[in-house]
Design a protein around this ligand. Structure first.
Ligand code: NI
Length: 258
């Protein structure tokens, strides 16, 4: 039985290893199991799942999970405005219901909001109908607060990483690509701004999706220096949806490639 399961999983594992390689910064200790880096990400068609963009432009996407937070998110928005940086917020639906005016400000200032479920449970442990309830309640909260609907989703804890079928039906029903990440500074664990900034900058690459959480003061404090350094290296910050819309090998005035 085990052998049979292994035979089925092996091709996925092998494909996933390639994808996950740059996604994994080596864990320095055993962190909270909820936030373990993804062991591997099974290969799926691009439209279902992204852990980085395929752009050849020097674009990068900052993402902030789990807000809105009543103090930290507005402080972050002030910083992003000052540096003229657009980011993506994977808000938790119940926090959007609690702080709808902050969600509205996120959208009004040109950032993107993605669906990060309503109550931040592990979707990989839920039935399909429970997942639908989580996504629907979150989508409705975002729409009530901002007037717009999310176009992307990120499962709490990266929880659908091992479940390509869930990502597939979520895409089919909601048209949400599942957005994971390629750089994880472990900002939830190490509340050290210099360290968080150093990890984000060191991990950055063209098309990178940077993971951070706008619920920690130490993360917010890391952002000005992170932005300054990455802009100095020539990166342009963009939202996740704008970045994944960029196709590989896309060149101006070249109609031989689609
Ligand atoms: Ni989260």
């Amino acid at each position: 039985m085990f052998y049979r399961a292994l035979t089925l999983l092996l091709p996925l594992l092998m494909a996933g290893t390639l994808l996950a390689e740059e996604a994994l910064s080596p864990p320095t200790s055993r962190p909270n199991p909820h936030y373990e880096p993804l062991p591997f990400a099974p290969s799926l068609p691009d439209k279902f799942s992204w852990s980085s963009g395929k752009t050849e432009k020097k674009l990068i996407a900052l993402t902030f999970d789990d807000g809105p937070h009543p103090q930290h998110t507005p402080a972050l928005l002030d910083i992003l405005k000052q540096y003229n940086v657009k980011a993506t917020f994977f808000t938790v639906g119940k926090n959007v219901d609690r702080y709808p005016e902050i969600a509205a400000r996120i959208i009004a200032e040109g950032h993107e909001i993605g669906n990060h479920s309503y109550s931040h449970g592990d979707l990989s442990k839920m039935s399909d109908s429970e997942i639908r309830t989580e996504l629907d309640r979150s989508k409705d909260a975002i729409r009530r607060a901002t007037g717009v609907e999310p176009k992307i989703m990120r499962p709490p804890y990266g929880g659908l990483a091992l479940f390509p079928f869930q990502r597939s039906w979520i895409y089919t029903e909601y048209q949400y690509p599942t957005i994971l990440w390629s750089v994880d500074p472990f900002d939830w664990r190490d509340r050290n701004s210099a360290l968080i900034s150093q990890r984000l900058v060191a991990g950055a690459h063209t098309g990178a999706i940077l993971l951070a959480h706008d619920i920690h003061a130490s993360t917010i404090a890391a952002i000005p220096d992170t932005i300054y350094q990455l802009q100095s290296k020539g990166y342009t910050f963009t939202t996740v949806s704008q970045m994944i819309a960029q196709k590989k090998n896309q060149k101006p005035n070249n109609d031989s490639q689609d």
